[in-house]
Design a protein. Structure first.
Lengths: 442, 358, 324
């Protein structure tokens, strides 16, 4: 075998005529790529999100002719929740001048964080990704509204405290179990848990679940039986959630004391049957299709056959609505960018400013047709997250219903951690560019 | 007609033992190097460089590492992704502890750490063989991956749990980090891969390589001939892991830019092994062919509908990609079970006797 | 430290015997289920020397087909137990067609190739099944039609040893069905004509051919049997979590079982499954906390590796005889 041979191979590969990337950004359109995953082990969560994101933007095109009269070019790129494919997607959409990307995977978000400033493409990682990227001064190009995983954890703790009939001091002496995906996502709250358990005096029990054992959690739940925690907190994803709910039912764990971060879907709870009633998750937007906007989507998109939803009942599910929320942020950011710059066709830089100036108040929500869908969203140059309140919803056997008021995060606990983390990130990745982007006073 | 070695007489042993004894091979090599180093960077667009060529080269390097173990020494391993991870994490640790030293030095050094770990997990290979060994190396895969998640020292306690690549330069030009252009990254990777491939080619053609092949063909017979099995097998593990480690470090530093432990999961181990098998076991060029088939082919298939203007949803394209790639793998195996490298050899033979095949 | 490793776990076992029983039971159930997956591998490996990478995706594919059929029936108003069993039979039919296709398109042209080439070919099958399955059924997770298949739910709680041990009915059913399945297969291969032919093929392809055994027929039967095993695995694991492409990961659990039990031994798969199942539950439950938990993913391999060092061909594997 000669060296020549492999070099031939190399040249053959190199000369592969890749299709020329045609310039998608015609004069009067805005290119919005959607990174989605309708395939692979996590497709169950990815598909409704993808449908929600896609349908909202399609509605704007169909009903309003785009945003501010400019058509959106909406294009999906399949990532399969795989970091390598996600980066491939990013490289393939980059020449078409996207105004924003939403990676929908923490693994894909992390490599994009340093790239965003160089490529001038803002990254919207909605309630996932790097928590510290909430700090707009360090990460001018990354946005992760409406809350971080740390915020979520403190919100769950406060909910538990109210169940115990008081403030967080009621947590003293309680035993709180934390069952999580043993990867960066689930491990992120660990430092916070350690700190809070000392400060608030509760005992934390950790139950890590390896990704390979997502469907095989009996040992973790045996330990739950042994430790008898007063409350259980779940940070899972994909099949982990469904299995955890089933195992909790099997273990006879009281479901009303089992509270999850915002990712479980209807399917995750449905599989466990009646036993799952009372299972709780955080959420920041309504469930159901009872909104003018969703009715419009039904009319203009779903009924017109322009959506990929498999059934009408899918419109309005938790993760579908999460996709709607994500696209609402995109659309409103583009609108804001048009407003700030006065241009019809905006660029990634403009949309970054649009995101920083994002201000969706109740009146605007009503205009969109989403009155009561969620609380107002307002971002700023310094705060790219907003740390908005979320509420707890409970599974009633057919759907989730809201069972608590909006709960604000314990910002005094989370804030210092975020600051420290953003600083550490900049130091570890030195030379990290200082923020050079001006701030529009809004 | 064009590819004929008649008339090329060797007048010394040195000439006869050259890696490229045939003139046409040397010309071909020169052309390919020219294309790879000059034409591709000049004319390739960013996507070609960043998403096709850089991953292709890095995966090829990993595949070469596995080929050394599986193809040349006959030891089946499914832990290669974890060894890539060892390389990546040690390069990260080294470059953050000693930021002053050039990153390329650390990327190459990281191979030694991977080699050390590889030797450790290669120890059972003396007793365990075949698929049993493959599954035994899975222990390495899962244990190391668990370590990447659990030992926060490995990723400098980053709250993201991932290793993030700091920006580093070579002669003032950024080669890692966000501002490194795809062209620079491509050239750096290409240079490393070319040098390491030459090195590997020399190793497997020399005494060590022959030892390995003797072990592969029948280890008891090799032992009778005076080959000491343990050092030979462990050396294969070490060299193989070295290549995997460097390729893992390259993967994080010059391709991904940041990596969670799941980047080194078992899927990658399987993919690399399959690259080697479909490319051709015991063949350097096969590693490149295999990497091309498994990495580049899906990209091309994914891009086709768009290029042809067919309105197919992204998910459907993905399904079709799976179907077609799966079908092609079976097709190639049926056509030539010894891998693509064998097809290449046959093509060369045909070329040699062309146009008079008798 | 030493106390924590060597004494404390046993003290815990003695203090809470009910939990120990529960752990052993959970280990037993997962052990039986692992054994079931491993069985699929062993059957194929014995008969055709193929290490079947596609077993995991066959689990997903068969379960999806079953649920898919049932959903189609329900859409036309045909539901309930009868529909579920019709779907089950149809799915078995699909697995048979799949076995025929694999034999015809993949195995026959590749006959007499090295093991590793056939291994690679099953990777091609995996890709095709992923693509085909996702195209037909989509990526949404589906609910296993457990109650329609008369699979019980709920649990039996037994008070014993000063505590409560709860046996899930579905787990009991899983253990029983898996045991019946394994016993049935064992009988089939020991007592019937086809079974003898299969064992002949396993011993030597050429010798089997020379006495007039049709290799092709045997392969179809074996792949069909593996498909059925995959279907049962899919139903059981699907009922424990949900039916989605994530189930593919479960099949990886069979690998340590295989090494431990030996690639060619049916009893090995069973004993291996039980050792791994019980071992990893005990390990995770009693020793896991020392390392922060979550050690299950590699603990099984560590057990397998230890056994392998003692017996390189697995507990029940054929002894490797090497000649020059």
């Amino acid at each position: 075998m000669s060296l020549k041979n492999w070099l031939y191979a190399l040249s053959a590969a190199a000369s592969l005529t890749l299709p020329a990337v045609h310039d998608a950004q015609a004069e009067d359109s805005i290119y919005v790529p959607l990174f989605t995953y309708r395939t692979g082990p996590f497709a169950g969560s990815g598909t409704p999100i993808a449908n929600g994101m896609h349908d909202y933007l399609t509605l704007l095109n169909e009903r309003d002719g785009g945003i501010g009269g400019v058509k959106l070019i909406v294009e999906e790129c399949e990532t399969g929740y795989d970091t390598k494919k996600g980066l491939e997607c990013y490289e393939s959409v980059k020449p078409k001048k996207p105004v924003i990307v939403n990676p929908w995977s923490t693994g894909i978000t992390l490599p994009l964080i340093p790239k965003a400033a160089v490529d001038k493409i803002p990254v919207l990682s909605m309630a996932y990704g790097l928590s510290a990227s909430a700090k707009g001064d360090t990460f001018p190009w990354i946005f992760n509204p409406p809350a971080t995983y740390w915020d979520g954890f403190t919100q769950i703790l406060q909910y538990i405290a109210t169940q115990e009939g008081g403030g967080v001091e009621k947590l003293k002496g309680k035993k709180i179990g934390y069952i999580y995906l043993d990867a960066s996502f689930g491990r992120e709250p660990l430092p916070l848990i350690e700190q809070l358990s000392k400060e608030l005096g509760f005992e934390a029990k950790l139950y890590p679940v390896a990704a390979a054992d997502m469907q095989n959690q009996s040992s973790q739940w045996l330990s739950v039986r042994r430790d008898k925690p007063d409350y259980m907190i779940l940070y899972g994803w994909g099949a982990l959630n469904a299995t955890a709910v089933k195992e909790a039912v099997k273990t006879n764990y009281p479901m009303e004391k089992f509270i999850s971060i915002w990712w479980p879907s209807e399917d995750d709870a449905k599989g466990a049957g009646d036993g799952a009633k009372g299972f709780k998750t955080l959420n920041w937007h309504a469930v159901g299709a009872d909104f003018p906007l969703l009715a419009d989507i039904q009319k203009h998109v779903v009924d017109a056959g322009k959506s990929q939803v498999s059934g009408k009942d899918k419109v309005g599910q938790v993760l579908y609505n999460r996709g709607i929320y994500n696209s609402m942020l995109i659309a409103e950011a583009i609108r804001k960018a048009q407003e700030i710059t006065g241009n019809k066709v905006v660029t990634g830089e403009d949309v970054r400013r649009g995101l920083e100036g994002l201000n969706i108040d109740e009146a605007r929500l009503k205009e969109i047709g989403l009155e009561g869908f969620t609380s107002a969203v307002k971002l700023s140059c310094a705060d790219h997250n907003g740390h908005f309140s979320t509420f707890v919803q409970s599974w009633n056997g057919t759907t989730y219903e809201k069972v608590s008021d909006y709960i604000a995060p314990l910002s005094d606990k989370v804030g210092p951690l975020l600051d420290a983390d953003a600083k550490a990130y900049a130091e570890k990745n030195a030379p990290w560019p200082a923020r050079s982007e001006a701030c529009d006073a809004s | 007609m064009f590819y004929r070695e008649t008339g090329q007489f060797k007048q010394s042993y040195a000439a006869d033992q050259a890696v490229f004894p045939i003139l046409q091979d040397r010309i071909g090599l020169a052309i390919i190097l020219l294309v790879a180093f000059v034409v591709v960077p000049l004319f390739g667009n960013e996507f070609l460089l960043a998403s096709v060529m850089v991953p292709f080269l890095i995966l090829s390097l990993g595949a070469i590492g596995i080929n050394i173990l599986v193809g040349y020494t006959g030891l089946l391993s499914l832990g290669s992704a974890a060894f890539m991870g060892v390389g990546a994490y040690s390069a990260y640790k080294l470059s953050t502890i000693f930021p002053g030293v050039n990153i390329l030095v650390w990327i190459l050094c990281s191979g030694f750490f991977a080699a050390g770990v590889g030797v450790l997990f290669g120890l059972p290979s003396l007793r365990i063989k075949g698929f049993y060994l493959a599954v035994a190396t899975l222990a390495a895969q899962f244990f190391l991956q668990w370590c990447f998640v659990r030992i926060s020292w490995l990723y400098n306690d980053n709250p993201s749990g991932a290793i993030e690549v700091p920006a580093r330069t070579l002669f003032g030009i950024a080669i890692t980090g966000p501002s490194a252009t795809p062209v620079t990254r491509y050239l750096v990777v290409l240079a490393i891969v070319v040098v390491m491939t030459l090195l590997a080619s020399n190793i497997v053609h020399g005494r060590i390589g022959r030892t390995w092949m003797a072990v592969r063909d029948m280890d008891i017979a090799a032992q009778l001939m005076g080959i000491r099995l343990l050092p030979a097998k462990l050396l294969a593990f070490a060299v193989s892991s070295f290549y995997c480690g460097v390729s893992g470090a390259l993967m994080v530093f010059l391709w991904l830019g940041a990596a969670e432990p799941s980047a080194f999961d078992i899927k990658l181990s399987f993919l690399l092994l399959f690259m080697v098998i479909i490319g051709g076991l015991g063949s350097m060029i096969g590693s490149f062919f295999g990497a091309a088939l498994i990495h580049i082919l899906p990209i091309v298939i994914r891009m086709l509908p768009e290029a042809l203007g067919l309105p197919i949803a992204a998910a459907t394209v993905e399904h079709l990609t799976y179907l077609i790639v799966g079908g092609l793998i079976i097709f190639f195996l049926i056509v030539e079970p010894h891998g693509l490298a064998r097809l290449w050899q046959i093509a060369k033979q045909k070329l040699r006797v062309w146009p008079f095949p008798y | 430290m030493l106390y924590n490793i060597f004494i404390d776990p046993f003290v815990q076992m003695a203090q809470m015997p009910d939990l120990l029983v529960q752990t052993l039971w959970e280990g037993l159930v997962s052990g039986v289920l692992y054994a079931l997956i491993a069985l699929g591998f062993v059957l194929i490996f014995k008969a055709s020397g193929v290490f079947n990478f596609a077993q995991g995706i066959m689990v997903v594919f068969s379960a999806l087909t079953l649920v898919g059929f049932y959903e189609k029936f329900s859409a036309y108003g045909f539901s309930g137990h009868t529909a579920a069993f019709v779907a089950l039979i149809l799915t078995a039919g699909v697995m048979f067609v799949l076995a025929m296709l694999i034999e015809r398109v993949v195995l026959r042209p590749l006959v007499n190739q090295p093991d590793i080439i056939l291994f690679m070919a099953t990777f091609g099958i995996t890709y095709m099944l992923i693509g085909f399955g996702e195209m037909v059924f989509g990526g949404d997770p589906k609910q296993m039609i457990a109650s329609e298949l008369f699979l019980p739910s709920g649990s039996v709680d037994v008070e014993m040893l000063g505590g409560m041990v709860s046996f899930q009915k579905i787990d009991i059913a899983a253990a029983v069905i898996a045991s019946v399945m394994i016993a049935g297969l064992a009988l089939f291969f020991q007592k019937t004509r086809i079974g003898r032919a299969l064992r002949a093929v396993a011993d030597s392809h050429k010798a089997a051919l020379s006495v007039g055994i049709s290799l092709n027929q045997i392969w179809v039967i074996v792949w069909f049997a593996a498909g059925l095993v995959a279907l049962v695995t899919g139903i059981m694991w699907g009922a424990r979590s949900d039916v989605s492409f994530a189930l593919e990961i479960v099949a990886l659990k069979a690998l340590p079982v295989l090494v431990l039990g030996g690639l060619t031994s049916v009893p090995g798969a069973i004993v291996g499954g039980l050792i791994i199942g019980i071992g990893e539950k005990l390990g995770e439950f009693y020793w896991g906390p020392l390392l922060g938990g979550g050690i299950e993913s590699w603990f099984a391999y560590a057990i397998a590796l230890l056994f392998l060092l003692y017996r390189p061909q697995g507990l029940f594997g054929d002894k490797i005889i090497e000649r020059i």
